[in-house]
Design a protein around this ligand. Sequence first.
Ligand code: BDR
Ligand code: CA
Length: 297
Amino acid sequence: MDPGHDDALALLVALASLKVKGVTAVCGNQTVDKTARNARRVLDLAHYEEISVHQGADRPLFRPLVTAAHVHGSSGLDGYHFHLRDREKTIPADAQQWLECEFTQEPGDIAWIATGPLTNVAAFLMGHREFVPRIKKLTVMGGALNHGNITPYAEFNFYVDPDAAHWVLAQGIPIQLVGLDVTHKALLAPDALERFVSFGSEIGLMLHDLFAFYFKHEPNAVPQGVPVHDVLAVGAMVHPEFFAWRRVNLTVERCDEKYRGQMTVVSESARAATQVAVDVDVARFFEWMWAMLANGF
Ligand code: BDR
Ligand code: CA
């Protein structure tokens, strides 16, 4: 992940609904030192100090980094002043090694959620093709069948590292792709700010301050609410039945700069490994999200 406001909320919802093994940070919304630090800060504030954070790629596979400071601020998580700052100084830059150890020591199936550019995932699997069949579910926030958000054609995560996105989608991994077609339907209403405060916890105050910032800066924020993209990816991992899916073979544009990161459906096939979300039951998704947060924090 590349926290990132919506990544931070996604991480909390994941903590409350899954057994999280660890976090690899990737560059995207901000530089990787910042996204790793942000993941550490959120985990520590939520009292999940035992979950490790590993710094990963500091640039996309083959291109310079483009960040989203216009959405997430200069820290990548602007809006809240974090006090706990000791452990963030010692985050190891060992995402690739850590993944190798996890895949080696964990004999079972692998479930993986990616809420940033796919650089870490691609770099790891390019060097470890033998692990590809072990991944039984990879849920990705990225792409758009219709309109983009960083350009008219491309979604941000796929735009930042289109080479990684294209490669990962071509590996036959069972992927659930959660793109803008659904994330722009599930808007977090402005009254969320008061609901966060009503948790009566420091995490609630953090979410309030972070989302007060995000409501002002997310380009697709409207009076009804703001998209919380990455949280939908966690929702899809835990409750795929909240979504309507299409099985498709996809490509991602890497050559024409104008269309860079654009996702195109090559064919629809019952045998395709990738499922793309085309609709979401917004009410059920938010009911679940709030229940998870209320229980967990
Ligand atoms: C994606 O881009 C980032 O800014 C968000 O965190 C999300 O992962 C949405 O296009
Ligand atoms: Ca993200």
